[in-house]
Design a protein around this ligand. Structure first.
Ligand code: ATP
Ligand code: MG
Length: 311
């Protein structure tokens, strides 16, 4: 059976939901905090982001491999900031010129100024930050996909980090990106920015145990308290093939549920997993060597939607 791609699962409710009795789709690909699985490292990363903002640390950096949950963490931070009524701007498209960046910041902070003029934006931003500071409040700039930022935009961001009064930074800046962002800020021309980063957190793929907890948690949140669709030995195979990367786990599990539905089964099997992995073009070292399923770590094919990006 031809499996469906992740986009199908992420937009509309999948057709298997009534079959399994799910209230919501368990393996949606959107970074939805409602489905948060609090692994130790995700918990720590979120605590760090919140602590960094609360204690006005200035720059905070979150890095992690593709699909490990960075945007999900930022969405959790966004929920926290909204609950605290803290002003924030969320720049999610990082392929911007410096001018577009300022326009976006002004738009997201709701600054009342000529948004196309950098000078006006800076002036209005400063005013807003100072008025927040009077009420002992801060503001937060969140930039996702920071590895894509141009050097000159990074330099502008560094300069924004200079806005401060006597008691601390007026603007807290959270930069999230793939591991190459860490390498980028090692560049000599960014050493000033690097020096200002006071908090760093990294997300790693899940361990075997975490993968299992993750799958159980998502199934429970969707409405299946004690899931039996994915038996323990299948979960360990899913872990091996997905290398514990949440996005790939979601895509694999979503496709397995769809396969179960199509075959009118309530329990997924390794044969179904083989088929799903083949359709997704998911490859892993042992599979390539032996031409069949294995317990070695997965390595998605270059060009597959599940490849780990340019490395
Ligand atoms: N701790 C978690 N709890 C629940 N779901 C998670 C968690 N971590 C990741 N996910 C899920 O994994 C998928 C990918 O997460 P996300 O988009 O946050 O990753 P990312 O690191 O931002 O990826 P990219 O590098 O491509 O931007 C999403 O479906 C998200 O819901
Ligand atoms: Mg992301």
């Amino acid at each position: 059976m031809e499996t469906l791609g992740p986009a199908t699962a992420s937009c509309d409710a999948p057709m298997y939901n009534p079959y399994f009795g799910f209230r919501e789709s368990p393996f949606n690909l959107s970074p939805d905090p409602a489905f948060l699985y609090r692994s130790k490292q995700h918990e720590e990363a979120l605590a760090n982001l919140i602590y960094g903002v609360q204690s006005r640390k200035g720059f905070i950096v979150l890095t992690g491999e593709v699909g490990t949950g960075k945007t999900t963490m930022l969405e959790c931070l966004r929920d926290y900031l909204e609950a605290q009524r803290t002003e924030f701007a969320f720049v999610f498209n990082s392929r911007l010129t410096a001018d577009q960046f300022f326009e976006m910041v002004a738009y997201d902070f709701g600054l009342n100024c000529e948004r196309r003029s950098k000078t006006e934006v800076l002036f209005a931003l400063n005013e807003m930050l100072l008025s927040q500071a009077v009420h002992n409040r801060t503001a937060v700039l969140i930039v996702d996909e920071a590895h894509n930022l141009d050097w000159d935009v990074l330099e502008e961001i560094r300069l924004l980090g200079n806005l401060e009064n006597r008691t601390g930074k007026l603007l807290q800046i959270v930069l999230a990106g793939q591991p190459e962002f860490d390498r980028k800020i090692d560049a000599p021309n960014l050493r000033q920015l690097k020096q200002r980063i006071v908090l760093r957190c990294t997300l790693e793929p899940f361990s075997m145990e975490e993968t299992s907890d993750y799958i159980h948690t998502r199934m429970a949140k969707a409405g299946m308290a004690e899931q039996k669709v994915f038996p323990a030995d299948l979960i360990s195979e899913i872990h091996a093939r997905t290398r514990g990367i949440p996005r790939i786990i979601n895509a694999v599990c979503d496709n397995l549920l769809l396969t179960c539905f199509a075959m009118e089964k309530k329990v997924a099997t390794v044969e179904m997993l083989d088929e799903v992995c083949a359709d997704m073009r998911l490859e892993w070292a042992g599979n390539r060597r032996r031409g069949q399923s294995s317990r070695y770590g997965a390595e998605p094919l270059a060009g597959s939607p599940y490849s780990l990006g340019d490395r």
